[in-house]
Design a protein. Structure first.
Length: 365
């Protein structure tokens, strides 16, 4: 099971979050609660959880300070979800610089929290895949070199990494190329072997993945599919990482706002609503979003659920098709993607107030 820590100085909030969600049902074990920033940091270092829900303002150390210290320890495989009050929004914006995965504005409901945690689980899956990939590469290189190739980075380009992250966030092509060049240059001079160079590149890639998941986007393409079989490993992973950074920047630019994401989802539905296999998963994949995040945005922006919108779109089309007397109800149901006419009739009656046959006779005679 995944392990979770909750850190908040408000007792009601801290204990409420621990009790209101049936964490075990989501494959999560509650590993501890913390009431101060210092206690949160110590608990994180002791338990090494997978997910941390942390208040942005706490005595001793702020949530941001806790995250910063954990990152400085080189721990990259913990997903942080910030809990922030409305008057602390400017602090939450600073979380972007620390590549925080998600933040929730108080007050928030259980559904929002569950959605954020589900996205965190997806993020963790990608991170763990990357770590396994890195470990496999490390093993291969160790065998080739006849020595342990665990990290030997004399200087990791932290400042240059932040430059790449910022350029990706801004979708600034010119700045991104310059930042990537600076990152690769410093990393190349700071590594003692190819394995260290590979792991340094994967560390940057994990930070770029965090940007995707903060927007509810999926990891998408495996940019490193055939990197480790290449003859020139450094050149191969450099090209792959640069390609990943450019692609992620482009995807973030397209998904700058929730409205943009929902608009693209609506457009996709309008083009494919007659397909029987249309689902939340297929639409989410088409717009590079997680299903849970898209579902939440749909209700917020459209005022109805994802499923209701599809039914609404199909029923409007059904009303037009019912004007054609040569079409049977079975044919109309099939054209609109319904598996059988009984289900189609039930959905139609719920939306229009009449069964389709009665609607046809009363409207078209």
């Amino acid at each position: 099971m995944l392990r979770l820590i909750i850190a908040d100085d408000e007792t009601d909030t801290r204990e409420g979050l621990a009790e209101i969600i049936p964490w075990a049902d989501y494959g999560i074990q509650l590993s501890g609660l913390a009431a101060t920033g210092r206690a949160a940091y110590d608990l994180i270092m002791q338990e090494r959880p997978d997910i941390v829900l942390i208040d942005i303002q706490m005595p001793g150390m702020t949530g941001l300070e806790v995250i910063s210290q954990v990152r400085q320890e080189g721990i990259r495989d913990i997903v942080f979800i910030i809990l922030s009050g409305h008057d602390e929004f400017s602090y939450a914006q600073q979380a972007v610089k620390l590549n925080v995965d998600e933040y929730l504005l108080k007050p928030f409901g259980p559904e929002e929290l569950i959605r954020a945690v589900q996205d965190a689980i997806l993020h963790l899956t990608s991170i763990k895949q990357l770590m396994r990939q890195s470990a496999e590469a490390n093993t291969v290189l160790s065998a080739l070199s006849g020595k342990d190739s665990s990290l030997h980075i004399l200087r990791y380009p932290g400042e240059e990494e932040r430059g790449v992250v910022m350029a990706v966030q801004l979708a600034d092509d010119f700045a991104l190329e310059a930042a990537l060049s600076a990152f690769f240059d410093v990393l190349s001079h700071g590594c003692t072997d190819d394995s260290s160079y590979v792991e340094g590149c994967l560390m940057l890639y994990m930070e770029l993945l965090r940007l995707l998941f903060a927007r509810g986007l999926s990891a998408g393409t495996n940019y490193f599919y055939d990197v480790f079989s290449a003859d020139n490993l450094r050149q191969s992973i450099t090209l792959a990482l640069a390609s990943a950074a450019r692609d992620i920047a482009a995807r973030l630019h397209v998904s700058q706002s929730a409205n943009s994401l929902v608009s693209r989802a609506v457009h996709y539905i309008d083009e494919h609503y007659c397909e029987p296999d249309l689902s939340l998963d297929t639409v989410a994949a088409a717009v590079y979003a997680s299903p849970a995040y898209l579902s939440s945005l749909f209700r917020q922006n459209i005022g109805m659920s994802f499923v209701d919108y599809i039914h609404d779109r199909r029923i409007e089309a059904a009303k037009k098709l019912l004007a054609a007397p040569e079409l049977t109800l079975d044919e109309i149901a099939e054209r609109l993607g319904y598996s059988n006419v009984k289900y189609f009739s039930r959905v139609f009656k719920k939306a229009a107030g009449l069964p389709p046959s009665q609607y046809r006779s009363q409207t078209f005679g």
